[in-house]
Design a protein around this ligand. Structure first.
Ligand SMILES: NC(=O)c1ccc[n+]([C@@H]2O[C@H](COP(=O)([O-])OP(=O)(O)OC[C@H]3O[C@@H](n4cnc5c(N)ncnc54)[C@H](O)[C@@H]3O)[C@@H](O)[C@H]2O)c1
Length: 448
């Protein structure tokens, strides 16, 4: 029976979402994953690179609305000695023909945020595993749509949240699980990255100056900047909240209950444009996204979380992690640890020896494979985890509930700000299953 036919008949759904089919049914795809890609811009090309490195991945089809992106991808595959991928382009709906193919197992979606929801829903309905870049949807309802479609079809959905696999982040997870910090009390993280040269460029180079955004610009300045103009809120929560969710066992014995956001005034983007091009109209826009947005989140088990979005001001990159428990804490901004009785009283100690000692088994095993990949190696792990899940027809390491919980922070923070910092309930996307669900993420060195 064709996989889609099986899904249409509700086989997976009837068997229960957590019980994915294994063995003979999908044996034909066991050794190789046939992948389609929607969006092969900057991030999509990172995933193409990951796919091209692997013998167990066939890059079958690519879709993009811009010839410039397709050309880079086409030439890259040829350079790597990979067969040409069938190309889909010509309209915003071109991705549907790619997903209608019956010979593709899974899709990697790396398009602008506004397309993720519709493309992921179409993909799940077409029976394809979905690995989607961060941001699952733009509204709370769109997040529920993703959950409902995944449950209805039985198709796993994974946010490709790479920071969950960062080496220090995983070492800290290892320490949390071995009780080094004691009972967790408070967590912090965020997206703190000077994006001014990403949000504005000259249409030719990603970095290096320029004050344009929209169609005349390049890459994310074509579409992302508009969000920073139109919307206040934490627009990019997943790099910070993804790891925090693993530390705090969110959706697995714990859950986020409610949250509130505060935003500062917005000066950074206008100042940036004015400095590069005095009097330019883009320096006079009414930027709604505050320069620093702070979100406070409550957990059912009593921990608090502070999440920061800070992308318009001059600053070095830091996701600002802080993991604090009854025995001590880690702060990544000064790469320091303090554990009562084990480090000097009232003093910081470098993370170096601690993170070596608690290096995660995944990194110990796969260091050599990962180090050539993007973002210091974490991109290799997130891609690998997704591919292994597809190959073995298992649940993805970051599942649909985790994915939407990370991303729903954005519309809720925008709503909180619109309502004068009113607290917002965070939906329980698991519908109560969080109480009995257990951890599955990075439990050992199996690759998940
Ligand atoms: N996890 C990470 O570390 C990381 C890093 C960068 C970007 N991202 C995410 O990846 C996604 C893509 O970002 P990017 O930097 O590659 O942006 P980009 O602008 O460089 O690439 C987007 C690509 O999608 C194409 N596209 C636009 N609409 C389309 C449609 N309807 N159908 C098919 N193709 C379409 C564009 O032509 C472009 O080639 C975003 O969600 C972004 O937040 C994640």
């Amino acid at each position: 029976m064709e996989r889609r036919e099986f899904l249409k008949r509700g086989g997976m759904a009837a068997a229960g979402f957590s019980i994915l089919p294994t063995g003979a049914l999908f044996a034909q795809h066991k050794d190789k994953v046939r992948l389609g890609y929607i969006g092969v811009g900057a991030r999509g090309m990172n995933h193409i690179n990951e796919g091209a490195l692997r013998e167990d991945v066939e890059i079958v089809a690519i879709c993009d609305t811009q010839e410039s992106s397709l050309k880079i991808c086409r030439e890259y595959l040829a350079k790597k000695g990979r067969p040409a991928a069938k190309e889909y382009t010509g309209s915003l709906d071109a991705y549907k023909a790619l997903l209608d193919r019956t010979d593709i197992d899974a899709v990697i979606i790396s398009t602008p945020w506004q397309f993720h929801h519709e493309q992921s829903i179409y993909a799940m309905n077409a029976g394809k595993y979905v690995g989607c870049e961060v941001i699952a949807g733009l509204t709370v309802k769109e997040h529920w749509d993703i959950v409902n479609t995944s449950e209805k079809t039985g198709i796993p959905y994974m946010t490709l949240e790479n920071v969950c696999y960062r080496r220090d982040v995983l070492a800290a997870l290892n320490m949390v699980r071995q009780d080094v910090f004691g009972e967790l009390i408070h967590l912090e993280g965020g997206y703190q990255h000077d994006l001014r040269e990403v949000l504005f460029n000259n249409g030719k180079q990603y970095y290096g100056g320029g004050v344009e955004y929209g169609p005349s610009a390049l890459s994310e300045a074509q579409w992302r900047t508009q969000f920073n103009i139109d919307q206040d809120g934490d627009l990019y929560p997943t790099h910070g909240i993804g790891p925090i969710m693993q530390y705090a066992n969110i959706n697995r014995g714990n859950r986020f209950t409610n949250m509130v956001s505060f935003s500062s005034k917005a000066r950074g983007l206008a100042n940036h444009v004015e400095k590069l091009s005095p009097g330019h109209p883009n320096a006079k826009l009414n930027y709604k996204n505050g320069d620093v947005t702070t979100t406070l989140i409550n957990c059912a088990n009593g921990e608090t979380v502070q999440l920061t979005h800070d992308v318009h001001l001059p600053r070095p990159y830091s996701l600002g992690f802080r993991v604090q428990g009854t025995k001590g804490l880690w702060m990544d901004v000064n790469k320091s640890i303090h554990i009562e009785g084990q480090t000097k009283a009232h003093a910081w100690e470098s993370t170096e020896t601690w993170f070596k000692k608690y290096d995660h088994p995944l990194w110990k095993k796969y260091e050599k494979d990962a180090l050539g990949a993007g973002h210091g190696g974490m991109d290799w792990f997130v891609f690998n985890g997704f591919i292994l899940a597809v190959k073995e027809k298992k649940q993805t390491p970051i599942d649909v509930y985790d994915s939407v919980t990370m991303s729903v922070i954005t519309p809720l923070s925008t709503k909180s700000l619109k309502e004068s910092n009113k607290p917002q309930e965070i939906p329980d996307f698991t519908r109560g299953k969080w109480r009995n669900r257990t951890n599955t993420f990075a439990l050992d060195d199996s690759g998940y």
